[in-house]
Ligand binder design. Structure first.
Ligand SMILES: [Zn+2]
Length: 273
């Protein structure tokens, strides 16, 4: 999101990438790289200076680009995978060669050039090159819950993960835990609870399986549509609308930090009573 001069947005509205944005980025990056000759790879940050990725990846082409939850994978020929996670501030950019990048080159962590495109990862704190074998068995990746955007979303696995979690946890907090469900972030979490009329503060033990599934079933088509649009939530019911009137009932939207990470949860105290 670009801010116009003289305007400031609340911190909570910063565009934190969620699963839909990552899946959309995977498509754009894949379109630019898969089957194309790679001309150059750069890792401009000093942190990666010793990693010799340009040498290790030289002459290899990208077989596939895919996303799982908020993780993105560039799969190179010869059994090497680049794993990226953008956390709060990172982004992927795909630019026709010669076009100006939308973020400063100083913030680039990885640049992959083909004859036609620059593919750039900006501000991405997680960027690692691993063997395909390690990518398959990596503990953090193996621990991910089912991807909300997967074609074959596994509902029973989602419920099993949710029930293995601490049942005193609020559903709004539990939905953000990528071990329960991969790909949902703060914005979609708040919207999903609103659209199903569920109070995000309700404890898991007070929430039925049907209610938990209702949230996911509500979110999946919305997030999949967002991937088609290029990612991003658009107009929201409650997210980012603290103290504004509920679009449905006119009550003032509430916002409060929730969970260990104190992420702001937005809800309508009337529609989600
Ligand atoms: Zn309302």
């Amino acid at each position: 999101m670009r801010l116009r001069p003289g305007r400031s947005a609340p911190r909570s509205l910063a565009p934190v990438p969620e699963g839909d944005a990552i899946h959309s980025a995977a498509r754009r990056v894949g379109d630019a790289l898969v089957g194309r000759a790679i001309v150059e790879i750069e890792t401009p940050q000093t942190r990666h200076a010793m990693d010799r990725w340009p040498e290790r990846l030289e002459g290899r082409s990208v077989r596939a680009v895919d996303a799982r939850g908020k993780h993105l994978f560039l799969r190179f020929e010869g059994g090497l995978t680049l794993h990226s996670h953008l956390r709060m501030r990172g982004s992927w950019g795909v630019y026709p060669r010669g076009q100006r990048w939308r973020r400063s080159p100083h913030r680039a962590w990885l640049v992959i050039r083909t004859a036609d495109h620059d593919v750039v990862q900006f501000d991405g704190p997680v960027l690692e090159l691993m063997s395909d074998g390690r990518a398959r068995f990596d503990q953090r990746l193996a621990g991910l819950g089912p991807d909300v955007l997967a074609d074959d979303f596994d509902e029973s696995r989602f419920l099993r993960r949710l029930r293995e979690d601490d049942q005193t946890r609020g559903i709004g907090d539990a939905l953000l835990d990528q071990r329960n469900l991969a790909g949902v972030g703060n914005a979609w979490k708040s919207e999903g609870c609103f659209l199903t009329g569920i109070d995000p503060w309700r404890r898991l033990r007070e929430l039925s399986d049907a209610e938990a599934l209702a949230i996911v079933r509500e979110l999946r088509p919305l997030m999949r549509a967002s991937v088609e649009r290029g990612g991003g939530i658009g107009r929201t019911w409650v997210f980012g609308r603290a103290r504004l009137r509920c679009r449905r009932c006119g009550t003032r939207i509430r916002a409060r930090g929730q969970g260990d990470d104190n992420r702001t949860t937005y809800w309508c105290p009337r529609c989600q009573a």
